[in-house]
Ligand binder design. Sequence first.
Ligand code: PLP
Length: 427
Amino acid sequence: GRKVNDGTLAHENSIQLQTRARQRVPGGVHSNVRLSGPQPYVERGKGAWLYDVDGRNYVDYLLGQGPNFLGHAPDAVLDVVSAADRRGLVYGGQHALEIEAAEAVCAALEWPDMVRFGVTGTEIVQAALRLARAVTGREKVIRFEGHYHGWLDNVLVAEHDGAWGVASEGQLPHHLDDFVVLPWNDAEALAEALRRHGPEIAAVIMEPVMINAGVIQPLDGYLERVRELCTAHGAMLIFDEVISGFRIGLQGAVGRYGVVPDLATYGKALGAGGTVAALVGRRDVMELFGHGMVNHSGTFNGAVPAMAAVTASLAVLREDPPYPGVERHGTALMAGIRRLAAAHRIPLRVEGLPAAFHVSFGDVEVTDYRSLQLLDLDRYARFSEVLVRHGIWVAPRGIWYVSACHGDDELDAALARFSKALVAWSG
Ligand code: PLP
């Protein structure tokens, strides 16, 4: 039976496993992002729920950092994947599912002509940058404060006293030399940078809705202006939709805000938990891969489980769209959290889209990375541990993801647990 998550810390099995893991795995984790994430060991997930090895359950609003948009272990996807897997996992040759998956992506997004599949968001971003440089014959790229484009040397950045530099020991600082870092949501800053560096700029890459640093939406007219500026200066506009893609609508940010980039990257929700990423664009641009002029490779690109996951995931998204339900749950949850916080006189800020929103302490208007820093992000990180102890699976950085499986039962459970966590936090 389900145990009640009463906020106590009896996680004996988890602690035992963590101790064992740390003997063989640095930090006990395989991604540094998880060093500070929820620490209970997961036994299994189903729908919107996670179950740990100590018999506790959690309403999951982390969703594997985004991929589980159809919930954990979605039957409609798993059935297709396991049937396909029986015919082999990776061929080193072409197969029909690759075409089906590519056709499904183009049909869902409508604007692109062609697709290249990869495995992770990190590497598909690299393919986009290389392609943009090849097409334009230019080297520099404009990117934005607080946007995340993977963990490799040329895109990982951290702020040091107002300047942007390496974020890791061992990272080569000169790999950042070809990037210009600008504040986002500031069309004038982009116009100015393009006036100054225009003929050198191969691409402007951004999260079209800034989910990695709080969930910040583009200001009215911003993306349109970015589009105009890129066109005027001959720079490729790349939307990194690894988080927003297939989550904030079938057509991601492009559909939501109506601005079409030259290239876009997808991952996470695309495969409903399957390991897959995609780069899409117009035929004339994408064909540089096909002509062999631009290299994009990978042993596991187009592997069977990934292609099956994409076709099955997109079939669900198109035939039985979860978006209205996700919006409903997210809207009610955001309102419920605000209501509880007000009742407990705790200054929580809840902002963003229903499919992905941000919870933090503070009361400021956030439009970019700098205004986000005015929030008390450390305080929320501590509060997130209380939430996990009370049966709500969330990350310390305050971004909540909603899935197709979050319904009324999950809403009731989440708000009841949130209320108890607030009592524990303020008491
Ligand atoms: N781009 C964006 C916008 C992301 O949010 C992420 C991951 O969080 C990535 C790229 C990197 O994707 P991955 O973690 O699959 O390498």
